[in-house]
Write a protein that binds this ligand. Sequence first.
Ligand code: ARG
Ligand code: ZN
Length: 899
Amino acid sequence: MRTDNNITIFRKDYTPPSFWVDTVEMGFDLDPKATHVTTRTTLRRNTDSKEKELVLFGEGLKLVQIRMNGQKLARTAYQIDKHSLRIFNPPDNITLDIETQINPIKNTSLNGLYVSNGNFFTQCEAEGFRKITYFQDRPDVMAKYTVMLRADKKKYPVLLSNGNLIEEGKLSGGRHYAKWEDPFKKPSYLFALVAGKLVCQEEKIKLKSGRKALLQVWVEKGNLDKTQHAMDSLQNSIFWDEQRFGLELDLDRFMIVAVSDFNMGAMENKGLNIFNTKYVLANAKVATDADYAGIESVVGHEYFHNWTGNRVTCRDWFQLSLKEGLTVFRDQEFSADMIGTNSGRAVNRIADVRMLRQAQFPEDAGPMSHPVRPESYVEINNFYSVTVYEKGAEVVRMYYTLLGHEGFRKGMDLYFKRHDEQAVTCDDFRAAMADANGRDLTQFERWYSQAGTPRLKVSTTYDAAKKTYEISFTQSCPATAGQSKKLPFHIPVAVGLLNAAGQDMSLKCQEQANPTDSTTLVLEVTKAKQVFHFTNVKERPTPSILRNFSAPVEVEINYSDEDLAHLLAHDSDAFNRWEAGQRLAMRRLLKLTAAVQAGKPLELDTMFIDALSKTLNDTTLDAAFREQVLTLPSATNIAEQLKVIDPHAIQTARHFMRSEITRHLKDDLLTAYESNLTNGKYSPDAESTGKRALKNLALSYLQEWPQDSTFDLAHIQYKNAKNMTDRIGALSSMINAAILSQKDSASKSARKAAQLALDGALKDFYNAFKNEALVIDKWFTLQGSAASTDVKKMRQLLKHPAFTLTNPNRARSLIFAFCNANPAQFHAADGSGYALWADLVIQLNAINPQVAARLARSLDRWKKYTPALQEHMKTALEKVASAKNISKDVLEIINKALA
Ligand code: ARG
Ligand code: ZN
């Protein structure tokens, strides 16, 4: 086995571990500069393995001593290099005692054991455990853990680890201890400890079986007023999993701990979930509706991992989507069920698909493209990707669509029956789904092995005399990195047919039985070309294809504008209603972008504006849904549709469309604004959230009106805001208001007054929230993504005393906002945005390779930009590639981009 650093690991090279581990007993003497870790493991030879040596991984460890079966291990019996410790000719049964010393305070990677605000935390997924001790740090090695924590009692009054607390007490010298035992076997990536000054909100609940469980949410002292929503979300998650999947909490105690320095969203360590503060802390004063929703879904996500991830885990990291795709699907379903209404579900679905298109489609078409189950990696952390997570969730959703509610549940039940307490593969999951339903899902495997977003071309013919209707599908998939030829996918395509009155027609298809008498039929497209024949079709229908986004594909179909307006007005499938509106907008945005580039005059037709106005004014529709329809495709969505990306042309086109909409619909927007004010006590329920979203969207459109009256509306909202959603909504409108830049239309004095008001509000906001880190992150994000923030302004913001690169949330708040959400400025024609990016990637690389590697992704699509921009991007990429001490995390991204 190779253990050097910068090498590619292949899925095909998987071999079982040479030894199984039964028990792990750890002792920690916690000290920020020198923590001592003793680890006693009992191992037994895996007779299925051909490997003779025992290879333990270790990174940045000081080995204090090593003993095997009670004896000091001879120096000739083992070898240590930078990444491993190998023991030669070990006996079949081993008790290994290893003592290591580590330096948590110096650990800025936030991987392994580290210190944040004076407290100790761990992050072990995927390969952080090897930064604590030498171990076969791989998910198929599962063992029972006992953990003894010792630390200064004053500085670290709280000592937590996985499972149950079995003993605690005093030690000499002002120290104390706590002993924890996890009753379940687990892989090392689920190990966790927390130690420090923390307080908790706790509640006892009764589980389905009648057992009681203690739930705790641990935070720093000043944050105890922000834990209720996380606690509620946890309880809802527990009850939901009992109800929907028959899965009960298997521990007597379940803890969530919030930490402000964290690389990702959260981590599902057994019984001791560790969370980014962003996904725990909320009250009306500091958190937005989006934050509330994010907390609910991440709390759900980590809790659901307890079964999908922990009880059944991954055999190797290529199988990551086994737990992540499935758990994202589960958290999406949880959030949808929490809303309950059909329209609310659709709005959630729209948001998920937006995100898929915003991030996953570009990933799938770029240099980092990989299948849901990757074939190789250099650094596994780079594969905690939107493809593995979000496309993986779409793949799980397709089983659900193909097998139905009951069928999917049968598959899940069989999966747990077969694989509880095992480390398994995506194929095992697929087999459980197939076997439980007597279905052949062989072809479905291609969703795991082939990268790229499939295209589905749709054409239709209606025969009025015979009353027949044909839908033909042609599927293809673009070549992706390392995969030139693709085989057809098994694609569930949910279809409905609308009559001229806009009603669903009843469906009779020759090729696909219609089991329930429903008006939506799931057609199973499995061939490159396939035709479905519908009979008894009384009039020429308007087809509604891929309802509820039944597969992660791009549908190409020749709709007329009238077809789209018809679908937007009537489709019983709310997702496709929205989709029709987006199609109307997209085809115009593409035309406008081309017009900008050709120097032609820009025009927007009234047909489109009318369609939008109808939706905006249709108060029978939920505000949340109307907000989604009125939200235009993003600059990234537009870019993905173009052969060559010209960010400035896109920006001009999109801006033109927004201002035209406002010019025509000003009164409607004002009405929408005024009729969706939410008064009274803040509540993050779906209805109030939807109202605030529509109101704030209307407010932002109104800022395209270059008059001071609409700006004042935003300013007044800012001053009177009773919750963070309205406060940040107002400030965002103000900072992007046209009055600040449109030199000719606004009077000079009005412009000056607006600028003063904005400056005052930004200052006021900062002062009011300077002790709330998560709110200051928002303040930076707002500025990083503001249309007026150029590279020069960015360099100033980076020097702000509250800015730091060492805290990932803060670094992301400003830098990622600029590089990923401010395209017109980031892609400055002189390349200065890329030069800034290169500097920051290099600086971050020295502090935290994982965060640096995420930032490195901002230039993924460089080969699609205009030649002049490409040239600058290449220079920036090469600068990073040739810098000193670049981590394998960052190098993998840059090398793939430059390949
Ligand atoms: N398993 C975690 C989650 O999705 C994510 C942990 C990712 N950590 C990492 N170092 N890549 O819930
Ligand atoms: Zn997860």
